[in-house]
Design a protein around this ligand. Structure first.
Ligand SMILES: C[S@@+](CC[C@H](N)C(=O)[O-])C[C@H]1O[C@@H](n2cnc3c(N)ncnc32)[C@H](O)[C@@H]1O
Length: 484
């Protein structure tokens, strides 16, 4: 085995105090250790420049180290108080939104320089698109039950009945959400403690992570901003189910939320994996409807518990508008042509584009069959013509349809976080389209792919950043690429 090179500053496992001086892409705070040998960088995820933190080093190489955040010893002068319960999913909630935007912009542009080798990326920077709502923007939340809690004063695990989120970095340990986190629905989250009390009083056990046993597992809620309705899904194991009255629980939810309840579903998940939806097991409707309706740019979308839908619909409207603007910039390359919408999910982009273009045929491709079913249903409901959807792997689809080579002028790409595989990327390049609109939820993989597109003659024309998830490190990017 090759010998791991050591540095002269810090060892794995060591606990140190560190001043965070800078921000790197993906929400990593940068601290620096200095001694007679020079300067050494330590990354600490989920920290803010100006904070002094206690961190435990979990990666250490010759060039840099990375630590896990244990405690914020001193806050940054930039931090402000907010009236919400702090949760691991919103590490930057105390940082004013303008500062968050500035960190996201500089760190993303830096990434395009470093990974994508686009050293003049600023020249193509179009705009930073803010989320219309800074708080209460999410339309879905998954809360977990846990038999292990955490005593913040004694700093130790305790036996408990918790409903909320995992404690940051401790997969086995839950923490109660006792009030609004500022991200989802305030009424729902202010009532979560009542739901927890109701469940605890049944005497049935919450899930015990290490033992992989228990009855209550998750409570998943979807919200429609169009109708203000809530769709509930309680996930439990099956063994104690005869002791739990699902209809009575539905009545309790109605007592709490009245006619805001769209429906209540129950999922049986006996698998030990940490997922809400089991591959085996069942999803049963106990009360009301199994879907909610959401509106995006005047189109209606029916969303079931399982289907993918953008988590911040108001910001998704802005994201999609940007994609459509870039696509329609050259109308000649859209109207009366065939456009490929690759990695199309529930087909939202294709539907919006078809409704705004003239005589355009849009072919949507996604690997998830249920997303394609939803895409077809939604297109029918919105009465949009000219769309064809295929459930297939994009690479395989392109191999099976050589007739598109040289015939496509515009392609929309919106892959998952992993980006585009090298083989599929080659096939996309092979289509020889004039223009690509590439949307990404992970600019690191997008920047990697851009280097290949650039080598094939595609130049960046415009780049926009869209803030779909305020208070997190996530950022979505939209790129317009054109062939020389
Ligand atoms: C970011 S989502 C796209 C969302 C979509 N544009 C929308 O607005 O609904 C990425 C999509 O890529 C799909 N996907 C992942 N790997 C794929 C593959 N190899 N072939 C086709 N689709 C794939 C996923 O199922 C997912 O729906």
């Amino acid at each position: 085995m090759p010998r791991r090179e050591r540095n002269k500053f810090v060892k794995r496992g060591e606990i140190i105090e560190l001043l965070i001086e800078d921000y790197a892409f993906g929400g990593k705070g940068i601290g620096r250790l200095r001694n007679k040998y020079g300067e050494f960088v330590v990354f600490v995820p989920n920290t803010i420049p100006g904070q002094t933190v206690k961190t435990q080093i979990n990666k250490s190489s010759k060039k840099y180290a990375e630590g896990k955040l244990l405690e914020v010893i001193k806050q940054s002068v930039d931090e402000v108080e907010v009236p919400y319960q702090d949760i691991p999913g919103a590490p930057y909630i105390n940082l004013p939104i303008k500062k968050q935007h500035a960190y996201k912009t500089t760190s993303t542009l830096e990434l395009f320089k470093r990974i994508g080798k686009i050293h003049d990326i600023e020249t193509y920077f179009d705009e930073f698109v803010s989320s219309p709502s800074t708080f209460h923007y999410r339309n879905k939340m998954e809360y977990g039950f846990s038999a292990i809690g955490y005593d913040r004063i004694k700093k130790t695990d305790i036996d408990a009945f918790t409903l909320g989120f995992k404690r940051r970095g401790l997969w086995w340990c839950g923490e109660n959400l006792n009030k609004d986190s500022g991200l989802f629905d305030a009424q729902l989250e202010d009532n979560l403690k009542n739901i927890r009390n109701y469940c605890e009083q049944t005497g049935l056990p919450p899930w015990h992570g290490p033992k992989k046993e228990g009855f209550f597992r998750y409570l998943v809620i979807r919200k429609s901003y169009k109708t203000n309705k809530l769709l509930f899904n309680l996930v439990t194991t099956s063994y104690d189910l005869p002791k739990f009255n699902l209809n009575k629980f539905a009545d309790y939810l109605i007592e709490l939320f009245g006619d805001r309840i769209a429906g209540f579903l129950h999922t049986i998940n006996d698998e030990i994996g940490d997922r809400t939806i089991a591959t085996t097991g069942s999803l049963n409707l106990i009360h009301g409807d199994d879907k909610i309706v959401e509106q995006l740019l005047d189109l209606n979308f029916e969303i079931s518990m399982k289907s993918f839908f953008q988590t911040n619909p108001k910001s998704a409207e802005k994201l999609y508008s940007k994609v459509i603007d870039y696509a329609l910039e050259n109308k000649e390359a859209i109207n009366n042509t065939v456009v490929l919408d690759l990695f199309c999910g529930t087909g939202t982009i294709g539907q919006i584009l078809a409704s705004k273009a003239t005589n355009t045929k849009i072919i949507g491709v996604d690997i998830v069959a249920s997303a394609i079913e939803d895409a077809k249903e939604n297109a029918k409901r919105n009465n949009i013509q000219g769309l064809q959807f295929y459930a297939a792997d994009v690479g395989k689809f392109l191999s099976e349809h050589p007739e598109y080579i040289g015939k496509i002028r515009t392609i929309i790409l919106d892959p998952a976080r992993a980006g585009i595989t090298p083989k599929t990327l080659k096939k996309i390049i092979n289509l020889n389209a004039e223009r690509l609109v590439y949307v990404s939820c992970n600019p690191a993989t997008q920047a990697r792919d851009i280097e290949h597109f650039a080598a094939a003659g595609y130049n960046i024309k415009k780049l926009s950043l869209v803030d779909q998830f305020p208070h997190t490190a996530h950022i979505e990017t939209v790129l317009l690429l054109e062939k020389e």
